[in-house]
Design a protein around this ligand. Sequence first.
Ligand code: FUB
Length: 327
Amino acid sequence: MEKKSMQNQPLVTHIYTADPSAHVFDGKLYIYPSHDLDHDGPDNDNGDQYKMEDYHILSMDGIDSPCVDNGEALHMKDVPWVSKQMWAPDVAYKNGMYYLFFPARDKDGIFRIGVATGKNPAGPFTPEPDYIPGSFSIDPAAFVDDDGKSYLYFGGLWGGQLEKWQTGSFIPNPEGPSGDEPALGPIVGELSDDLLSFKNGTQEIKIVDKDGSPITAGDEDRRYFEGPWMHKYNGYYYLSYSTGSTHYLVYAISKDPKGPFTYQGRILEPVIGWTTHHSIVKFEDKWYLFYHDSSLSGGVNHKRCVKYTELNYNEDGTIQTIKPYEN
Ligand code: FUB
């Protein structure tokens, strides 16, 4: 009998999952998703519907192997600084230790980014008592470069509060930027050697057009919204992200991990559901896009499922746009 491909199928159906960050550790695929809760509460631009409380780490021996839920790896009740909403996580490995980075609201309702450590990629993880000093907003993506330097990329508009940090400190009701002004970019910070703090603070990343002009806030098809991911291909740094309100996954490239990044094009056309969030990973000589949609719940925004599909590059290093419901 021909083996069934898991491509474009929900990887698990017993829980709702979203925001998959995929990594290969010791030849095995590990997927770090958010764990969506099944509830009928309000759905709004502030993201109140995303009420997640814990993380379950998924793993697969091969790309078409069954996907295993390794159980609860971290719960918010065990994180002293968290009040609610443990959103999209990511992980990094260094010197025999796995570091789970996760955003959540602190006791004042402000999104911060925490870190928890463990010896096993599937958890459990032990949280640090406080969030990373100087961290804010959501959607951390960790990247360990070939030279051993580690970076954390993060930031998300609207419910993710990125606009509220435009001046460097928290402003509850900020203005702008207006449509023809440069859009807000994601934030990057180089991590300290123990990956528990930022080495020299953080900085905003610039994303520009091919002619060098900044992508503007009104250019919603291309401007940064949330869900950054970093990978390296043929010596270039690829920063990919969601455009939020227009529901695309897009990417920009640079020779420097801190940018500026030049916008290139789309990776994924809109999926079922409002959010789109992803990771890109090489596994057994092929590249894959891990993403989510709301197909498992018939389109409910906060009841999502993680999936993967193959990702292909053209000879010039551009990425072929994926149409999620064709083929
Ligand atoms: O899962 C909660 C939020 O929805 C994530 O942080 C965003 O990227 C979006 O997927």
